[in-house]
Design a protein around this ligand. Sequence first.
Ligand SMILES: [Mg+2]
Length: 120
Amino acid sequence: MKNCLIVDDSKVIRKVARHILETMEFNVSEAADGQEALDHCNDNTPDVILLDWNMPIMSGMDFLKAYRAAAASSAKVIFCTTENGIGHIQAAIAAGADEYVMKPFDRETLEAKLQIVGCI
Ligand SMILES: [Mg+2]
């Protein structure tokens, strides 16, 4: 079973994403902001991270930069965002994101992105 960490300050989004991922046989963990996600990654090694952009305490971008600077940061990262400007997407890729998906996403879209990054 592969491990997926969902990082989003919205409880509703985490619940929806968890449901989709569990039907795809992922072992799911959740974090409500970037700092919680970093703490989680200190003790766990997720295979893939679904990462929200806008969060209090620590944003998705700040998390991504800190995570990629760490030694064990092998997880695929899929940015989940409402920020669809090309500048935002380029910045996310430059910071180490593997893919991005626009909110709201459905099962088919998420499945396609997980295939692209090689997690299913
Ligand atoms: Mg958010």
